[in-house]
Design a protein around this ligand. Structure first.
Ligand SMILES: Cc1ncc(COP(=O)(O)O)c(C=O)c1O
Length: 412
């Protein structure tokens, strides 16, 4: 194999020999993109409706992202956290003012943000070892974050994990109230569970979590790594319910494509995190933070569009895929729709099927749509905030065709 051979076959061969086999990659070789379009190594174009798993929120080649990259290339890429640089404070101020929390800590990923949140919660509750999280939650892959992740297949090979974590069913208020006690340091919740199949937590459940956290002193942590930063149509997902957490974790879109995570802390943490308690070499580097400021400012402008697109898209999905709100739709008296549920908000959607999602995702890719999956049967959509209606409409058409939902059935 020639070293310079970058054909798809050569890329796959070389990876097979030299890259650790921890990913089951799809046979897709993206090489360039613009806006919500992405182009593979053979020049075929696709609608990118997954955005690098919720990372490319402004789409590809956004002019402001490109400008910051150009400008910063003549400046310092790294200064370490030993010294001052304006970029962290500027982004921190924006995140703090928009969330109503008080301070930001920057790191490099979602996992690291949750890891830091676990530690900060311990500082608020010294000696308490309990954590309550949800079945089918996803909080990351480090030993700490994995300990909060309620998915057996991810956990089992690495047990024993950090002890003291109790898992409860999403939206089961009684189970949550029973699990949280005076030994609980934190309750970790994703307001909309991403990997768990795009499952929104009910307002009732979030309110109950706030109450039980107040009663016991446990820190309420919202992991908004996937659902935050504009994804639901508000800057933070918690603003949909009005339930304010003590800690918010962020990552994915924050760095405009570069690694950047953040932890936002509220009044309960004020004054507790002292020099030496936590830190990172790369976290909050100037380039990532400058990009974060662009992402934040552009997202702010796009929030009404995201909200409106979400309302329109849900209606289109339900009408054209024959899924009534709240109940499995019937195509005729003897048959149910292959789409069993539609869940989501803004530009975060799960389309649950009566069959494995994998082959449908592959067929959609063949037809020019990049989408993801979650759990076994859910098609996951996390398109960039600049996605045109046309892309979403064409996706529904392709899905209806793959699933054999005909217009005759639609009318029934
Ligand atoms: C809700 C949530 N939390 C945490 C993580 C982990 O983030 P990262 O992969 O950046 O470590 C993810 C990643 O998918 C996530 O969706």
């Amino acid at each position: 194999m020639l070293l310079h051979d970058e054909s798809p076959a050569a890329v796959e061969e070389r990876e097979k020999s030299f890259v650790l086999g921890n990913y089951a990659r799809a046979p897709f070789h993206p090489r360039s993109g613009k806006g919500a379009r992405i182009t593979d190594a053979n020049g075929k174009e696709y609608w990118d409706l997954l955005g690098g798993i919720a990372v490319n929120a402004l789409g590809h080649q956004h002019p402001r992202i490109k400008r910051v990259l150009r400008e910063e290339s003549t400046s310092l890429l790294h200064v370490s956290n030993l010294y001052y640089h304006p970029a962290q404070g500027i982004l921190a101020e924006k995140l703090v003012r928009a969330s109503g929390l008080l301070r930001a800590f920057f790191c490099n990923s979602g996992t690291e943000a949750n890891e830091a949140a676990m530690k900060f919660a311990r500082l608020a509750n010294p000696g308490r070892s309990g954590i309550v999280a949800l079945n089918e939650s996803f909080h990351g892959r480090s030993l700490g974050a994995l300990s909060l992740t309620g998915h057996e297949a991810y956990r089992a090979p690495f047990e024993p994990l950090v002890p003291g974590v109790t898992f409860v069913e999403p939206n089961d208020v009684a189970a949550l109230e029973a699990a949280v006690n005076e030994n609980t340091s934190a309750i970790f919740l994703e307001p909309i569970m991403g990997e768990g199949g795009i499952v929104p937590l009910s307002a009732e459940f979030l309110i109950a979590a706030r109450h039980v956290a107040d009663r016991t002193g446990a820190m309420l942590v919202f992991d908004e790594i996937q659902c935050g930063l504009g994804r639901t149509g508000t800057m933070f997902a918690f603003q949909q319910s009005g339930v304010v957490p003590d800690i918010i974790t962020l990552a994915k879109p924050l760095g405009g494509g570069l690694p950047l995570g953040a932890v936002l802390t509220g009044p309960a943490l004020e004054g507790l995190v002292k020099p030496g308690h936590h830190g990172t070499t790369f976290g909050g580097n100037p380039l990532a933070c400058r990009l974060g400021t662009v992402v934040f400012e552009e997202t702010e402008k796009l929030l009404p569009t995201i909200r409106n697109l979400g309302i329109w898209f849900e209606n289109e999905l339900r009408t054209r895929l024959c899924v009534a709100a709240g109940a499995p739709a019937r195509r005729d008296s003897s048959d149910t729709s292959p789409v069993t549920a539609i869940r989501g908000m803004g530009l975060m959607w799960g389309i649950e099927l009566d069959r494995p999602a994998g082959p449908v995702v592959a067929e959609l890719r063949e037809r020019g749509f990049i989408v993801g999956s979650a759990r076994e049967k859910v098609i996951r959509l996390l398109p960039p905030y600049i996605v045109p209606k046309q892309a979403l409409s064409e996706l529904i058409g392709a899905l209806a065709s793959i699933l054999n939902i005909s217009s005759k059935e639609k009318a029934a």
